[in-house]
Design a protein around this ligand. Structure first.
Ligand SMILES: CSC[C@@H](O)[C@@H](O)C(=O)COP(=O)(O)O
Ligand SMILES: [Zn+2]
Length: 216
């Protein structure tokens, strides 16, 4: 199976879904200062060979242009001739697809995800206890208690990758990079978006709860 076997319709479908999500996230202020990146898989999957559309690096993600996305392979190499550069964090998307076989991955920076990543850095995980929106992560047990993994952040992005395989927890569809941002994934774009929104809600909840508990 090569990228050439993927139809124009399949590619268009992925690009239009990603564009809609990018526009929606942009209106919600999810991409300050060009931060964040989005990707969605296209075609068949095996851990050794897969293809996905990913945001081009460094663009103003509140604008919609024909140069917003490009297709890359399991090594992060462009599948088609292009002058666009894939996201500087494409290696992270590659590793998450390789480990999970998911269909879409969304990454954003926010004040709350940054604050909780530092608040709970010593325990390397954000604890969340019994909050209803844990169900938004697909975890349906009564009064669920979860730990959202926090990983080291490095300016040299490939250095982040080894910790992903070590820390990725099978039932938590996301990882938080210290003072950087959240990566959330799902079977498809709908599920990845629901997970991202649930994480952001839980981070704000946990942050505010800590403030309440520690008030004088
Ligand atoms: C401009 S700050 C954000 C970047 O350093 C990075 O973390 C990010 O999320 C966006 O990088 P990009 O290469 O545009 O995908
Ligand atoms: Zn980032």
């Amino acid at each position: 199976m090569s990228f050439a076997n993927i139809t124009t319709e399949q590619k268009q479908q992925v690009l239009s879904e990603l564009s809609a999500i990018k526009a929606d996230f942009a209106t919600r202020g999810f991409f300050p200062g060009t931060s964040g990146n989005l990707s969605m898989r296209v075609g068949p999957y095996s851990p050794d060979e897969f293809f996905f559309a990913v945001t081009a690096s460094g663009k103003d993600k509140s604008k919609s242009t024909p140069e917003d996305f490009l297709f890359v392979d399991q090594n992060g190499k462009p599948c088609e001739s292009t002058t666009l550069k894939p996201s500087a964090e494409t290696v992270i998307h590659n590793e998450i697809y390789r480990l999970t076989g998911c269909g879409a991955i969304f990454h954003i920076h926010s004040i709350f995800n940054g604050l909780v990543s530092e608040l709970f850095w010593e325990r390397r995980a954000v604890p969340v206890e019994g909050v209803e929106l844990i169900k938004g992560l697909g975890i349906w047990e009564e009064e669920a208690v979860i730990d959202i993994p926090i990983l080291s952040n490095f300016a040299e992005v490939p250095r982040i990758v080894p910790e992903i395989s070590e820390r990725l927890a099978s039932r938590i569809p996301g990882i938080l990079l210290r003072k950087h941002g959240i990566y959330a994934w799902g079977r498809d774009a709908f599920e990845a978006k629901r997970h991202l929104e649930a994480f952001e809600f839980l981070f704000e909840y946990v942050y505010r709860w800590q403030l309440l508990m520690n008030r004088k």
